[in-house]
Write a protein that binds this ligand. Structure first.
Ligand code: PBG
Length: 307
């Protein structure tokens, strides 16, 4: 009766890693209990997510090295993994929401989210490519376009391109306050970009010393047309989630990233933490003000809640 917050399956967004080939469900070494699926193997997990009433899945591609280059052109290939996954998921269940990242890091041979020149990421040139990537994903049936690249001005350009091409109902979830974080390590391993990454992403992702800057980033993205904004990572940045929630009337989402997942999942496996730590971590993110949470625990938690 007096609980101030609750968690339901409709608050959860399930990330799914996809890989090339057939008949594959690969373990991800850095993320115990998380797998990469070939497109033909997506059926059971989508059916399960649907049954559990998880409203949205987020697709992340593991691109083979031979398809990577300096400008990430595989991101614009209409036959790439993300495109195939969107089509397949919509075939399995047209009513489950599909979200896809807009960023070049799964496709670049240097691992950065944009194109590089003299060791620098070029903002405006990257935004052009990202808007094409977003349009392609919308054409494939993607419901939520999620720019995770942190270039300046990309939300506005993507919104314009989507509207012009009659994708007015496709929504934009902007990774508005995305920190240059150490907690992305296991994910970079999962998509195969970790060995590739030259340097770091600090020229475009946020400095973890800052929080007012997050408000500026969010304000810009709202003005440019974002439908929701993301704070990422989540647990080390609960103050930022709360700050955004208190300052703007827009849904804010939290991303419980791979490093957060692995710390908890591994400790539970090693019997150092009780399983209830998962719920506690997610409830904290909700308590801070998140409307929804991207989490690799989505299936486990939805099962538990539905029980
Ligand atoms: C890439 C991207 C990253 C994550 C989601 N999209 C990593 C990065 O910026 O290097 C991280 C997710 C996670 O760690 O779970 N644009």
């Amino acid at each position: 009766m007096v609980a101030e917050n609750n968690l339901s399956a409709s608050d959860l967004i399930l990330p799914i890693f996809v890989t090339e080939g057939k008949n594959k469900i690969e373990k991800i070494k850095t993320m115990p209990g998380v797998f990469r699926y070939s497109i033909d193997k997506l059926n059971p997990i989508i059916k399960q997510a649907s049954k559990l009433k998880i409203p949205l899945v987020a697709i992340f591609p593991h691109t083979p090295n031979k398809k990577k280059n300096s400008v990430g052109s595989e991101g614009l290939n209409e036959d790439n993994l993300v495109c195939k996954a969107i089509i397949k998921i919509k075939k399995i269940n047209p009513n489950i929401g599909v979200m896809a990242d807009v960023a070049l890091d799964p496709y670049t041979d240097h691992g950065h989210d944009g194109i590089l020149k003299n060791e620098e990421v070029l903002n405006d040139e990257t935004v052009e490519i990202l808007s094409e990537q977003a349009l392609l994903q919308a054409q494939m049936g993607c419901d939520v376009i999620a720019p995770s690249d942190m270039m300046d001005g990309r939300v506005g350009v993507i919104r314009k391109v989507l509207d012009k091409n009659n994708f007015k109902n496709v929504q934009i979830l902007s990774y508005a306050a995305k920190y240059a974080s150490n907690f992305y390590g296991p994910f970079r391993n999962a998509i195969g970009s970790i060995k590739k990454l030259k340097g770091n992403k600090k020229s475009y992702q946020m400095d973890y010393k800052n929080s007012s800057e997050a408000l500026r980033e969010v304000a810009l993205d709202i003005k440019e047309g974002a439908d929701f904004v993301m704070v990422k990572p989540a647990l080390p940045y609960l103050d930022v989630i709360k700050l955004v929630k208190d300052n703007f009337k827009i849904p804010v989402f939290g991303y419980q990233v791979s490093g957060e997942y692995t710390m908890i999942a591994q400790s539970i496996r090693n019997k150092i933490l009780k399983e209830d730590a998962i719920l506690e971590s997610l409830m904290s993110i909700k308590r801070a003000g998140a409307s929804a949470i991207v989490t690799y625990f989505a299936i486990d938690v939805a099962k538990k809640i539905n029980k």
